[in-house]
Design a protein around this ligand. Sequence first.
Ligand SMILES: [Zn+2]
Length: 257
Amino acid sequence: MADRDAIVALLDQTLRTATIKDSSCNGLQVQGAGEVCRVALAVDACIEAYEKAAALRCQMLIVHHGLIWDGIKHVTGRNHQHLRFLIEHDLNLYAAHLPLDMHELYGNNIELARLLGLRDVQPFGSYHDMLIGYRGVLAEPTTASAIAARLAAKLGGKPIVLRHGPDSVKSVGIVSGGAGDMIEQAATAKLDCYVTGEPMHFTYQLAREVCANVVYLGHYHSETLGVQAIGRLLSEQLGVESVFLDIGAFSAADYTD
Ligand SMILES: [Zn+2]
């Protein structure tokens, strides 16, 4: 068991939530119980995650995509439904968006780099004057399709691969989530393959024109590792138990198979 404020302080400090500019209101978004025995981890703040967290007797839910973005203007409709559930169940909601993408130890992108066994890992991918992703070099050259298969074997999902770059891939750039517009940055940096989350229509021609290999993992599947890494942090630092709620997301492939 840990004090809620101790967990929040550890997360705020580790993830530098006070200094990283973001449209997400990072940190404790909704206050619940003061004592936390178990923490639930999920990618998205949603009713399904709240219900599962409550059923598993968790007093805190930590998510990557929170409930509050640029503030809440009206506590009506969906906002009301979410807030009412959280408050009625005394469930703390903590969100970490960009701070969890970019973190050098617990972030989505460094975790993906670790999964691929990248070496010489360095920050990559400029967004609002911050580098939020990572780049590195594979131990052995491979193909973009093999990278997609290797990641999908661990993450699930059905990656989409655009093969317009070199057949042999050694250097890889990674930015999780909806970062298809950074394909050009990967091409400019002469990276052999770019890995991101959400496939965006305009990037189909963009990838062809800049001769890039792109692996789209799916937004959800590219962002499951960060919150799980936070679970490790809480266990190591505070001895708090956590459970990952793999709630998932739709993908185009789910509708066309
Ligand atoms: Zn995201």
